[in-house]
Design a protein around this ligand. Structure first.
Ligand code: NAD
Length: 359
């Protein structure tokens, strides 16, 4: 049966980068992928057109889709909206929550051709291949109660860091299974020396471990993990952590690979339905200038083919095409360095398309 893919370009550089990814998706359809594409509005674009960052029509299409490709949301135009529930980012959080996309996979893989583009020395990062598994629908970003209120004559802001055993267990299983398919090492990151919620997190990870005897489980406090990621990142294979720690650590890991413009992500529910998006935001500082790197979004299409559409061979073809283009020395501005040829967003997309067609 034909698969349904919903494309949500969003704001800022979102439309530019998704346009390049859609070219590749269409090439995959020419190569035999049985899928229909639809578009929808989300984020600031949804707010401007429909008065809401997640319009009802978009949510309905998202629920019916097998996979969603999202560009990015947000920008200064909407930063002053007083009603926080109408801010663009709420569209994204709403999609994650409504589709129960609790498992966020963020690979930090350094293409050998980009070792020079990293701010870390090439010998520290070359060969880097980490998978960060971040819990995405719980923790402090969603916990209740939350708010800002008057207490004893001053305003107090508060959020709640909460995880149930079942929430920890299901993300733990995703991470153990991912480790089984990779280097068989799993590092669970918490703050169990300070936070009760992460003491429970650690207990549940330890309880699961005997069910995955081929996986070596270790634990690390988040502050140490941040340090180790920049000191000796190759020690990690799969990292599993909660929503907020994962948000921060995956951005740090992104920079190891040269540019956040290279990193795809997948957010999956229990039924393989997934939302695929680059790890970066809407980059309003470079929007509309042809400077954005579309490779993270194109590589997100590869993850979509692998995790939601059951087409691993097409996924590999896309990843090989990206490698070939980097071999050719083509670089968008964020990954360019002397000796390489700087190209625009669309030129990069076209080059990947050509390499894909030849493979
Ligand atoms: P950002 O990721 O948009 O940009 C950070 C820096 O990285 C900027 O200098 C930007 O130019 C650069 N960059 C990002 N993507 C790039 C790409 N593909 N190619 C080249 N350079 C790239 O983060 P920010 O500046 O903190 O946030 C900007 C907006 O994006 C905010 O409104 C924020 O809320 C939103 N945001 C959205 C998402 C999302 O949609 N998933 C994620 C993070 C931030």
């Amino acid at each position: 049966m034909s698969k349904k893919i919903l494309v949500l370009p969003g704001d800022g550089i979102g439309p530019e980068i998704t346009a390049e990814a859609v070219k590749i998706l269409n090439a995959c359809r020419d190569a035999g992928l049985d899928a229909e594409l639809e578009e929808g509005l989300v984020g600031g674009a949804g707010y401007d057109a429909e008065g809401h960052p997640l319009p009802d029509a978009t949510l309905a299409k998202a629920k019916a889709a097998d996979a969603i490709l999202l560009g990015a949301v947000g920008g200064p135009k909407w930063d002053t909206l007083e009603d926080l529930s109408k801010r663009p980012e709420k569209g994204l959080l709403g999609l994650r929550k409504n589709l129960n996309l609790f498992g966020n996979l963020r690979p930090a893989l350094l293409y050998p051709q980009l070792a020079e583009a990293s701010t870390l020395r090439p010998e520290v990062v070359s060969g880097l291949d980490i998978m960060i598994v971040r819990e995405l629908t719980g923790g402090i970003y969603f916990g209740q109660p939350r708010g800002v209120e008057e207490r004893d004559g001053e305003r107090v802001g508060f959020n709640t860091y909460v995880y149930s055993e079942s929430e920890i267990e299901r993300i733990g299983r995703v991470a153990f299974e991912m480790a089984q398919k990779r280097g068989k090492r799993l590092c669970s990151v918490d703050k169990a020396n300070v936070l009760e919620v992460t003491i429970l997190w650690r207990e549940v990870m330890n309880r699961l471990a005997p069910e995955y005897p081929d996986v070596e489980l270790s634990h690390m406090y988040v502050d140490n993990a941040a340090m180790q990621l920049v000191r000796a990142p190759k020690q990690f294979d799969v990292v599993v952590t909660g929503n907020m720690f994962g948000d921060i650590l995956s951005d740090a890991a992104a920079m190891l690979t040269g540019s956040i413009g290279m990193l795809p992500s997948a957010s999956l529910n229990a039924h393989q339905q997934g939302m695929y998006e680059p790890c970066h935001g809407s980059a309003p500082d470079i929007a509309g200038q042809g400077l954005a790197n579309p490779l993270a979004t194109i590589l997100s299409v590869a993850m979509m083919l692998r995790y939601s559409l059951g087409e691993p061979a097409l996924a590999e073809r896309i990843e090989r095409a990206v490698g070939k283009v980097l071999d050719q020395g083509l670089r968008t501005a964020d990954i360019a360095y002397p000796g390489t040829r700087q190209v625009s967003t669309a030129e990069m997309g076209d080059a990947v398309l050509a390499a894909f067609a030849e493979s």
